[in-house]
Write a protein that binds this ligand. Structure first.
Ligand code: F1P
Length: 350
């Protein structure tokens, strides 16, 4: 039956998040010791597709938490331009992220790092027996997050928990607060399924824009990618205030503009949503608290109540459901998206 795996995988996330937090806590002492003793002078995140967005999330969270410079590159940029991406630093940490652990560019980025840089390699994956995990010195692996479906849903969020946990740990925070995420995920999946379905199945909506700032921009990108991969619907992601600088010309009455609101910049982000509403768009705002100014629009108030570094992944379940319901309404099979493979293996890359 179409979509059966995708829906089950989205709904099973709270259980998988439990596994992820447990696996992280088992290794947190060793990781903390590594961070304290190594004094890394640079951190590089890399991945492809969804896991490139996870790299961007990691870089954004790390920038607020650690002193070292932090970069995120799509693995292909490292492979094609190693001189400018892997230039000399004394002691770097490379964090490679890949659901499969078998993506050609990510494997090649790891190989290049090892041959050119001094430092340590850490893989985040869902396959413990993959070439990536076997080649990296350290790994955080959530085998239970593997999927039947091609598009990443629970694998993405489980690996995101590892990324968030690393940022928390290296920033000196108590990562045990992440144990609250599964219960929060359960509540969000239950409370917002009906809204995601209503918007996803609404035939008057033809274009989807996802806007976010800082840590939430990579989540907006992932929501955009899920919408494209699963449903083949028109979808784009932008930094929230960037939307005014050209992309807003695509807004019309058949547009849903989804704003992932960051509390500290809420006033400015809400102003963008109000402007798009005046241009005819439908508005969905996802924020920590209800937004009075958008009381007539669709609002998901998350009420996560966790520190900022622990929150980003809670924005995703309602957006995954939105993509799933749009895929079903578009008569697509989100388990097996058109023209997409679970792993991209490229010949003759090196
Ligand atoms: C990366 C990836 C996915 C994408 C598609 C192709 O895979 O780009 O993000 O959805 O399935 O592969 P991986 O390196 O995380 O396994």
């Amino acid at each position: 039956m179409r979509g059966v795996h995708t829906l089950a995988e989205i709904q099973s996330q709270p259980q998988i998040w439990r596994d992820a937090t447990r696996i992280f806590e088992e290794q947190s002492d060793a990781l903390s010791k590594l961070w304290q003793t190594q004094h890394f002078d640079r951190v590089i995140f890399t991945g492809c597709g969804s896991t490139h967005y996870l790299s961007q999330l990691g870089a954004s969270l790390f920038r607020g938490a650690v002193d070292a410079p932090v970069w995120a590159f799509p693995a292909s940029e490292i492979v094609l331009f190693p001189d400018s991406t892997l230039n000399a630093y004394a002691n770097s940490l490379l964090i490679t992220i890949s659901r499969s652990g078998s993506t050609t560019e990510t494997l090649e980025a790891l190989r290049l790092f090892k041959s050119r840089c001094c430092g340590t390699t850490l893989a985040i994956s869902c396959y413990n027996d993959s070439p990536l995990v076997e080649s990296a010195e350290l790994s955080l692996v959530i085998n239970s997050a593997r999927e039947e479906s091609i598009a990443q849903t629970r694998s993405f969020s489980a690996m995101a928990i590892m990324v968030q946990a690393l940022a928390g740990l290296f920033g000196g925070e108590d990562t045990r607060v992440l144990a609250q995420l599964p219960a929060i995920g359960e509540r969000l999946l239950n409370d917002h399924d009906a809204l995601a379905r209503q918007l996803g199945e609404d035939p008057t909506i033809e274009r989807f824009f996802f806007l976010g700032s800082q840590h939430l921009y990579p989540l907006a990108c992932e929501a955009m990618l899920k919408m494209k991969e699963m449903s083949l619907a028109y979808s784009e992601a932008f930094h929230t205030l960037e939307f005014r600088h050209g992309p807003m010309s695509m807004v019309n009455e058949q547009t849903l503009v989804t704003g992932l609101i960051t509390e500290s910049s809420a006033q400015h982000e809400i102003a963008v949503l109000e402007q798009m509403k005046a241009q005819g768009a439908r508005i969905l705002a996802i924020s920590e608290h209800p937004i009075d100014a958008l009381a007539d629009d669709e609002i998901v108030a998350l009420e996560i109540g966790l520190p900022l570094w622990a929150r980003p992944i809670a924005y995703l379940p309602v957006l995954q459901l939105l993509a799933y319901y749009r895929a079903m309404a578009n008569k697509q099979n989100p388990d097996r998206p058109a023209n997409l493979d679970a792993v991209v293996v490229v010949d003759n890359l090196v």
